[in-house]
Design a protein around this ligand. Structure first.
Ligand SMILES: [Zn+2]
Length: 170
């Protein structure tokens, strides 16, 4: 374990913090332990004390987080994952992303304008608008929300975290 899951006072997951950061929060009484792995507790020693580090801590005071802070940047991988690797036009396997309103026509690189698309539809669509093609989106693209989207992909997720992550796992 090299990261601790930090929850808001409402138990909403906020982010992963380093062990050191978690210990500081506990010592300063700005956070309290929620979950300690009894079988393999992680102990941090200092000259004056030993402290077992919980794998989940919770802030004692609620912090307000703007929803925008939870929105990850648009990425190819993120769009494909959000759309379950399904083409927004036909539902077949997708491994490309498409700007619904093409960038050349003023379309933005935003979660609401980017969808997963199969190679065929991406190619056939070109720089045209849906109205010009008579196509419809099978989905309504939205920005994903939730901590899972902001956890670096190489992070090791602790099994004990899952009940907390599911709270707003987008
Ligand atoms: Zn398709």
């Amino acid at each position: 374990m090299d990261r601790v899951l930090l929850l808001n006072a409402t138990f909403e997951p906020l982010r992963l913090v380093s062990l050191r950061r978690a210990v500081l929060l506990l010592i300063e009484q700005r956070a309290e332990p929620v979950l300690i792995d009894d079988e393999e507790p992680v102990i941090m020693h200092s000259p004056s004390m030993s402290i077992s580090i919980p794998s989940v801590v919770r802030l004692t005071t609620y912090v307000r987080v703007p929803r925008q802070a939870f929105t990850p940047p648009v990425s190819r991988r993120g769009v494909l994952a959000r759309d379950n690797y399904r083409c927004a036009y036909c539902g077949n396997h997708a491994d490309t992303i498409d700007h619904v309103v093409p960038r050349s026509r003023g379309g933005a690189h935003t979660w609401t304008n980017v969808v997963a698309a199969c190679k065929k539809h991406n190619h056939d669509k070109g720089n045209r608008l849906l109205e010009e093609l008579g196509w419809e989106l099978r989905i309504t693209p939205e920005a994903p929300f939730g901590l899972l989207w902001r956890i670096p992909s190489d992070s090791v997720l602790q099994p004990g975290w899952s009940p907390f992550l599911r709270l707003n796992a987008a």
